[in-house]
Design a protein around this ligand. Structure first.
Ligand code: SAM
Ligand code: SF4
Ligand code: SF4
Length: 340
């Protein structure tokens, strides 16, 4: 980190956690209706703010510069479906050059990737995560709320590979009795390619996904099943606060990850802030309300960074550690507003 970027000490929140990651949603609309995120019967077809309600590229640049001043080094662009945001590569190009940002990544459902992969790469994007819950075409379509075609996603993946993206990540939200059987299918397909499949526990995000603990497949159970077929060896975390627990295939065919926020919460190392497309700060994936940042952005990068530091210092979130206990917050922001 360039010391000149940090006029003050890096702020720590009330639990001693620094601000290292930002998940920035650039759009709230999506072309899918995954049942665990944006169920079709709860979110209307034409859902989405009008474009003017979204932060402009100028506002986003000020925002990211302000976060970088406080020590944020890892920036992930998300949504809704971020590839629906007009001129996204132009935004990426602006963000890629901001001092202090060491890792710039994108999470996408992949359907529009074939069209944009080359421009994203040229703009400076270096990492892509594709959400992929099934390879079976009929199941994939069903899980996307009848919107997506797995063939399009795989075409997008091929285009991203051709554009130079390596070690892509594939996120699969596993639901018991729904797509558990796709776990070995996904591994069969991506083991040995250099890409990494990560299995994510179905989470109780938002208010409308009908979450039921019985549909959560604990990572340890899934890991044991995979281990029985392809022996695994635990890997050290790449860095403190890494969300996924990593394992290497003993036969050298790469690695697999597990994100276990239900069965094994990791709030103690949560260094992540989230900002919605309309510029609200959420300091937890399960926060009820956000803090509007737009008025602060209008005051410029320095004043914004100062106020953001104060907001971060006041943070005490640890929902996953409190889940199910008396007093744990019940109202949560929708996942499609803050992007995971
Ligand atoms: N639309 C993009 C996509 O799907 O990759 C980006 C936004 S999406 C909200 C980000 C991630 O959140 C996806 O990988 C998705 O699978 C995950 N997600 C959404 N709802 C979830 C839930 N209830 N439990 C676990 N992960 C969830
Ligand atoms: Fe859209 Fe992503 Fe949510 Fe699915 S998980 S509905 S693709 S925002
Ligand atoms: Fe971070 Fe909140 Fe998730 Fe805990 S529940 S890891 S504080 S986002």
């Amino acid at each position: 980190m360039n010391a000149a970027l940090q006029p003050r000490a890096v702020p720590l929140d009330r639990l001693g956690r620094p601000l290292q990651d930002l998940r920035l949603s650039v759009i709230e609309a999506c072309n899918f209706r995954c049942g665990y995120c944006m169920p079709a019967d709860r979110v209307p077809e034409d859902y989405g703010l009008d474009a003017a309600a979204r932060l402009s590229f100028d506002e986003i640049e000020t925002l990211v510069r302000g976060f970088a001043r406080l020590g944020m080094q890892k920036l992930r662009i998300t949504g809704g479906e971020p590839l629906l945001r007009k001129d996204l590569p132009a935004l990426i190009a602006r963000l890629a050059t901001i001092p202090g940002i060491e890792d710039l990544a994108l999470t996408t459902n992949g359907t529009l990737l074939a069209r944009h992969a080359r421009a994203l790469r040229a703009a400076g994007l270096r990492r892509i995560t594709v959400s992929l819950d099934a390879l079976d075409p009929a199941l994939f379509r069903e899980l996307s709320g009848g919107r997506g075609r797995v063939e399009d996603v795989l075409e997008g993946v091929a285009a991203a590979e051709a554009a130079g993206f390596e070690r892509m990540k594939f996120n699969c939200v596993v639901q018991r009795g729904v797509n558990e059987d796709q776990a070995p299918v996904l591994l069969e397909r991506f083991r040995g390619t250099g890409h990494i499949v990560r299995f994510i526990e179905f989470m109780d995000v938002g208010t409308c996904n009908g979450w039921d603990r019985a549909r959560v497949v604990p990572s340890a159970e899934l890991r044991d099943r995979i281990h029985a077929r392809w022996p695994l060896r635990a890997l050290e975390a790449n860095y403190r606060g890494e969300v996924a627990t990593r394992y290497a295939f003993a036969d050298g065919a790469g690695e697999v990850g597990f994100v276990s926020s239900v069965s094994d919460p990791f709030c103690g190392d949560c260094h992540r802030a989230r900002v919605s497309a309309d510029g609200q700060l959420f300091t937890c994936l399960f926060a009820a309300d956000g803090t509007p940042l737009r008025p602060l952005l209008a005051q410029g990068e320095t004043a914004f960074a100062e106020r953001l530091g104060e907001l971060w210092r006041g943070r005490a979130d640890r929902y996953s550690e409190l889940r199910g206990r008396a007093g744990a917050p019940r109202k949560h922001v929708e996942m499609f507003l803050i992007g995971g």
